[in-house]
Write a protein that binds this ligand. Structure first.
Ligand code: HEC
Length: 387
């Protein structure tokens, strides 16, 4: 309550200072995304010692004060509207997806803590940093957080976790440098091979999408390939990525960041894969997402938008384990809503349905919860053209 009052005063005060007639509303609009982001970053800073410490048992008092922080985080996250992100990210369903997941996860972490599930609560909070990463790895325009991750002492951070925090606070250069040294650490490969692989992929995202620098990434991967500790299955992927980066670095013929350019990229990627979720073509897929996200920042007609959503869905299905957790289904759904009862929406529905069926399949068959089934049915009615 106190906090809200302060915000109202600040906004009104700003309106008065600038002598702005139409007052608070306008001022609120132009500053609020940045402010909300700084607000989020403050919340992250407040919960950091809880999330990344090794401590596993807490007194009732400590639990209570941590829950107060988590609840404040959830409130701040919940208040950010996706529309406010439009000037930076355009009409991109990823924005709403990320903001919603973020609020839900923080609330889940709070609930878990209230039931004494400390480890789980911390784990969920770590995935929250992945939501910051997802958006922040699409565009690096804008500002940084006002605090330094490195100033915190006594935290137990894996290189991957530290990278995510650096990107959450938008210290991109620090994140890349940290990865470049961690990826050459043999102990890291041996002790945490899965974490290491995730770090490799984060590095790829950062170097392919933000201020792309294929030569720098290729050089890093050359050194990674020299590591004797590197498992064979990983070296295979890294070799492919390096090849793609080298080709890109030498490619004089720049591919235009257009819908056709993205289509070309996806076709090329598909051509080098041996199975649907094969990761050998992640460089091409990431380059395609970069073009497609950028297109969404410009004004595009519905039919084009639906196509972009379809392609983003297709690509994020492959890139899913990179921390996109079901983002592809959001794109398929947006595609259906964008141009209902068309061939495009039918294609999107087909992929959405398959993905949902797969998601609920197990050794005893497919068990789709009734509410999910009825959601799927109404999307089907919206998507398929009448016969
Ligand atoms: C929906 C996408 C999205 C999510 C989720 C997101 N951000 Fe951001 N963030 C952005 C964009 C776009 C910018 C660049 C525009 C800007 O500077 O405000 C940004 C900027 C920032 C800034 C700089 C703000 C400024 O202008 O001074 C900080 C700090 C920040 N984010 C922190 C965070 C943290 C911490 C999280 C996670 C807890 C997070 N963000 C989650 C999209 C997102």
């Amino acid at each position: 309550m106190m906090k809200r009052l302060v915000v109202v005063f600040a906004v009104v005060g700003f309106g008065l200072l600038t002598g702005c007639e139409s007052g608070p509303k306008k001022a609120e609009k132009s500053v609020s995304w940045s402010e909300s982001m700084q607000g989020l970053s403050q919340e992250v800073k407040d919960v950091l010692p809880f999330v990344y410490s090794r401590q596993t048992s807490y007194t009732a008092k400590e639990v209570e004060s941590t829950r107060t922080k988590l609840q404040s985080f959830a409130r701040v996250a919940h208040k950010i509207s996706p529309e406010m992100g439009q000037p930076f990210l355009g009409d991109d369903p990823m924005v709403k997806f990320s903001l919603e997941k973020m609020s839900q996860d923080v609330s889940r972490a709070d609930k878990a803590l209230s039931m004494g599930q400390v480890r789980y609560s911390k784990g969920v909070m770590k995935t929250v940093m992945g939501h910051c990463f997802r958006c922040h790895s699409v565009t690096d325009v804008g500002s940084k957080a006002h605090w330094q991750v490195g100033r915190f002492t006594g935290l137990s951070l894996s290189p991957l976790e530290k990278t995510e925090l650096l990107v959450a606070t938008r210290k991109y250069d620090d994140a890349k440098k940290l990865l470049e040294s961690s990826l050459l650490n043999a102990d890291y490969i041996q002790n945490q091979p899965f974490d290491y692989e995730a770090a490799l992929k984060r590095y790829l995202v950062l170097t392919v999408r933000l201020k792309p620098d294929p030569n720098r990434a290729s050089e890093t991967f050359r050194k990674v390939l020299d590591m004797r500790a590197l498992p064979y299955y990983l070296s295979q992927k890294v070799e492919h990525w390096k090849k793609s980066l080298d080709f890109w670095g030498q490619d004089k013929q720049k591919i235009n960041p257009s819908l056709n350019g993205a289509k070309k990229m996806v076709r090329k990627a598909r051509g080098s894969q041996s199975f649907e979720k094969d990761h050998v073509a992640d460089v091409e897929f990431l380059r395609a997402t970069s073009m497609l996200h950028n297109l969404l920042m410009t004004k595009t007609p519905s039919t084009t938008k639906a196509q972009i959503f379809y392609m983003l869905g297709e690509v994020y299905e492959v890139l899913d384990e990179l921390g996109y957790w079901g983002l592809h289904e959001t794109y398929y759904e947006s595609c259906i809503r964008e141009t209902p009862k068309t061939q495009m929406s039918s294609r999107c529905f087909r992929r959405l349905q398959e993905s949902i069926y797969l998601g609920y399949s197990g050794s005893s068959g497919v068990h789709i919860p009734p509410e999910e089934m009825s959601r799927l049915n109404s999307l089907r009615a919206m998507a398929l053209p009448e016969k």
